[in-house]
Design a protein around this ligand. Structure first.
Ligand SMILES: Cc1ncc(COP(=O)(O)O)c(C=O)c1O
Length: 399
């Protein structure tokens, strides 16, 4: 199939819910991908944060190949060797008290499980979430997501959700009632624009939850698995939630959602109250075991610290040089660059110049590269961006 045919088929047959970029990716390795014509790109999208260990990491490929030959499918009502190996590895990397796990298939599903668990454990219906939050698009997760554009067409949503301004413990306190089951937050808001918590907000949430007997759920779907320089971002603030959601990257590129909870909380589920057909699928479990080994053995969180610092500094140089850059922020290899105008044009020009970048809202460029990205890739990204920002500045001055 040539590119024209591929595009025509996707346009014709696929649900029209993704804003497509004009490039057909057919191959990837590490932090690089190639299009159908063989053109190389530095991938700062990491497939929306999925490729922590890089595209087609050889150890993940090897694990998938071996498991595919052995057993692809095994429902969780049967025991399985590779699934039990993964459960052990997951509990080893999780914050200490989070020693029970539900395995799902996506980020939204890991949040759905957290919401149901909070309601079941506490017997209360209300969840307090943050304005600007993103937790996914299934009905429960969507009810916790903030963006009106995603919510409005699908009302009525699940009742019992309230949104409060982030970084404001007073408002959180005001929103709490005797029916509050949990507070749900991202340690760093990703889709919301790479926004770090201010003024000990996370510690404050933990204290409020302890004081009022409310559960704290942290959604680490985007921040987890080494992305920010710690295995989980909550470790930067020394806060352990009662329930933690992880997905995107944890199976080295295959779909896996993980909900961690304290044992007494997870034990509130009775047989059959929560499940999914693919829970603990052996092929996905084998990939996740390999991905965890890679993250640990290759010390990828430390790499995220080092290269994240370098990347951020290089972007700050661009901020100092180009007036159209408003801010550079982030932690590890989760970085945002806020501009004074819409970034779509910059994203498209970057593609033409061999760099793939994400947005996060209208004016923010978002960088979620694989943690195996190399310095020379970062330099390439910065050189491309520098030229594009220069051009944009000139065009804006002229108009
Ligand atoms: C913080 C957060 N939670 C949940 C989700 C939803 O994950 P998924 O798209 O796998 O359902 C995302 C996706 O971007 C996310 O960033």
């Amino acid at each position: 199939m040539n590119e024209k045919e591929i595009i025509e088929i996707e346009e014709k047959l696929m649900a029209n819910v993704f804003s497509k970029r004009p490039v057909t990716i057919t191959r990837g390795r590490g932090a690089l991908v190639w299009d159908i014509h063989g053109k190389e790109y530095v991938d700062c999208t990491g497939s929306y944060g999925v490729c922590i260990v890089g595209h087609s990491h050889p150890k993940v490929v090897d694990a998938i190949e071996r498991q595919a030959e052995t057993l692809i499918s095994c429902h969780a009502s049967f025991y399985n060797d590779v699934r039990s190996e993964l459960l052990q590895k997951l509990v080893q990397i999780a914050p200490k008290s989070l020693n029970k796990v539900f395995l799902g298939n996506s980020g939204a599903e890991s949040v759905e499980c957290a919401i149901k668990l909070a309601r079941k454990f506490t017997g209360k219906p209300e969840i307090i979430a943050m304005m600007g939050a993103f937790h996914g698009k299934t009905m429960g997760a969507l009810s916790a997501t903030w963006n009106k554009k995603y919510r409005e067409p699908f009302k009525p949503l699940v009742p019992g959700f309230k949104h409060v301004p982030p970084d404001n413990l007073e408002k959180v306190n005001e929103a709490i009632t005797e029916n509050t089951a949990a507070i749900l937050a991202e340690p760093i808001r990703g889709e919301g624009g790479i926004r770090l918590p201010k003024n000990d907000f996370l510690q404050g949430l933990r204290e409020i939850c302890d004081e009022k007997n409310i559960l704290l759920i942290l959604d680490e779907v985007q921040t987890g698995f080494g992305r920010t320089g710690k295995m989980f971002a909550c470790e930067h603030w020394d806060v352990t939630p009662d329930i933690l959601c992880l997905a995107k990257s944890v199976a080295g590129g295959l779909p896996l959602g993980v909900t961690f909870a304290k044992e007494n909380i997870m034990s509130s589920f009775r047989l059959g109250e929560h499940s999914t057909t693919f829970s603990g699928n052996p092929l996905v479990c084998a990939a996740a075991c390999a991905a965890i080994d890679v993250v640990v053995d290759e010390k990828l969180p430390e790499r995220a610290v080092k290269l994240g610092k370098y990347f951020k500094e290089r972007l700050e140089e661009l901020q100092a040089k180009h007036k159209i850059v408003r801010d550079v922020r982030g932690l590890g290899l989760m970085i945002g660059m806020e501009l004074k105008f819409d970034v779509l044009n910059i994203l498209l020009k970057s593609i033409n110049n061999g760099v793939l970048i994400l947005d996060a809202g209208r004016t923010i460029l978002r960088f979620l590269p694989p943690l195996v990205i190399e310095k020379n890739h970062i330099d390439r990204v910065v050189t491309v961006l520098d030229a594009i920002l220069e051009e944009e500045e000139h065009e804006r001055l002229r108009s």
